[in-house]
Design a protein around this ligand. Structure first.
Ligand code: DSN
Length: 446
């Protein structure tokens, strides 16, 4: 039996764990940044390695007893370097956000100019958004996407020439095209900026050969390890050969920015789990996994389009789709779609669409992705079925509209939630999904 010690010692937490297990098992995980790790990765995360302090780097620690921790960290680094074809890897970032902040520390002084994709256009908080530390401590400018959702490279070039940034970010959290690394590199090189590629969303696709690699174009690559890469929650920073040529001290600056700059002791259980995930990603079968993610996302896109639903760019080149809900629900309808899909057993997240007519808090889209369902073994046929379910669920809510008056919104949404909770059609879909899920187990859940 799983979690028996927790059950004995802390029944409250055990109860929540059980409920979350059922939620993960009986529903469809469609958030594109989520995935299911292997049992081996989970074992490492729950291992005795969590007991150790190891501030510093291998062979240069501030604490004793790190002989085996050094071996683990060096193995993780060697695997990361080989897998991504890079000169240097730091596997200590606790997650993606500290990894990205470390890149600023390593390449900029506070107040220096940095360019990143605007958050509502599909960027990330840490690419310079105003409320993030990156936007507070650095002078950041956001570039945008055009109506078709593709980065506006004319605008980026103009911003780069005008503001002479130290650092340019490429990479996104809601972008349906393959990232155009070559075009970013051309602009960064023209103005002498460091180019950092945040590959958190597509790292697994890159490894599988299902998405281009930035290794020849960027100077620095950051990633989380828990999205398409399918490892534990964690982060990595890599310096490419191009980066090492631009600045021979870059690797050292990155390491110093992580420790002692931003973090204390690394999470050694996480490092071991990252090493295991990297070994899994290097195995031949992972290539099939990565390619299937893209095929599955495209099958879902086709199914949704067949039902008359609008997608940003009409489809996807990667693992992620953006449903534009304006034709169905008007501006700001993402919240209704997310809640209705959840009631029907499908977990998604409301998201802005390019040139969103509403706001980031009440966005007009929903973000969908295929990595987790692909891990469960879904193929194109099941993804088409998921598209049918999404269309049926959205049909139930097409008369709802976000009130224009802000003060009316909370009450309207609460009433909506009660209504969809009692919606028999959504309950019916939930039951059908639960039935299908019985044939597609979630790793780590009996
Ligand atoms: N939370 C991540 C995502 O969902 O894309 C970004 O940090």
């Amino acid at each position: 039996m799983k979690y028996q010690n927790i059950q004995r010692q802390d029944p409250e937490i055990y109860g929540f764990l059980q409920q979350e297990s059922v939620r993960q098992k009986d529903g469809l995980e469609l958030i594109p940044s989520e995935n299911y790790t292997s049992p081996a990765v989970m074992e490492a995360m729950g291992s005795i390695l969590t007991n150790k302090y190891s501030e510093g780097y291998a062979k240069r620690r501030y604490y004793g007893g790190n002989e085996f921790i050094d071996d683990i960290e060096m193995l993780a680094i060697a695997r990361a370097k080989k897998l991504f074809g890079v000169a240097h890897a730091n596997v200590q970032p606790y997650s993606g956000s500290p990894a990205n902040l470390a890149v600023y520390m390593a390449t900029c002084q506070p107040g220096d100019v940095v360019l990143g994709l605007n958050l509502p256009d599909g960027g990330h908080l840490t690419h310079g958004w105003k409320v993030s530390a990156t936007g507070v401590f650095y002078k950041t400018f956001g570039y945008h996407v055009k109506d078709d959702g593709r980065v506006d490279f004319d605008e980026l070039r103009q911003l780069a020439r005008q503001h002479k940034p130290k650092l340019i970010w490429c990479g996104a959290t809601a972008y349906v095209y393959q990232i155009e690394y070559e075009q970013f590199a051309e602009i960064a090189d023209e103005v002498g900026a460091f180019l950092a590629a945040d590959i958190a969303h597509v790292a697994g696709l890159i490894v599988a050969g299902a998405h281009p690699t930035p290794a020849h174009y960027a100077h620095i690559i950051t990633t989380t390890t828990h999205k398409t890469l399918r490892g534990p929650r964690g982060g990595m920073i890599m310096v490419t050969d191009k980066g090492a040529q631009k600045d021979p001290l870059l690797a050292e600056r990155i390491d110093k920015a992580i420790f002692p700059g931003l973090q204390g002791g690394p999470h050694d259980h996480q490092t071991a789990a990252i090493a295991i995930a990297l070994q899994e990603a290097a195995a031949e079968g992972f290539k099939d996994y990565g390619r299937q993610i893209v095929k599955n996302a495209q099958a879902l896109a086709e199914s949704l389009a067949k039902h008359g639903l609008k997608l940003v760019s009409g489809g996807t080149e990667n693992h992620l789709l953006l449903l534009d809900l304006v034709p169905l629900l008007g501006p700001g309808g993402g919240v209704f779609a997310q809640e209705a899909l959840e009631a029907a057993g499908m977990t998604t997240n409301k998201n802005t669409i390019p040139k969103d007519p509403a706001s980031p808090f009440y966005p007009s889209g929903v973000r969908l992705g295929s990595p987790a369902l692909t891990t469960r073994g879904f193929k194109e046929a099941e993804m088409r079925q998921v598209g049918d379910w999404i269309a049926r669920a959205l049909e139930q809510i097409k008369s709802y509209r976000l009130p224009e008056k802000k003060e009316e919104r909370a009450a309207y949404i609460n009433k909506f939630k009660v209504e969809i909770k009692n919606n028999l059609r959504l309950k019916e879909i939930r039951g059908e999904i639960k039935d299908l899920c019985k044939n597609f187990p979630v790793p780590g859940i009996e």
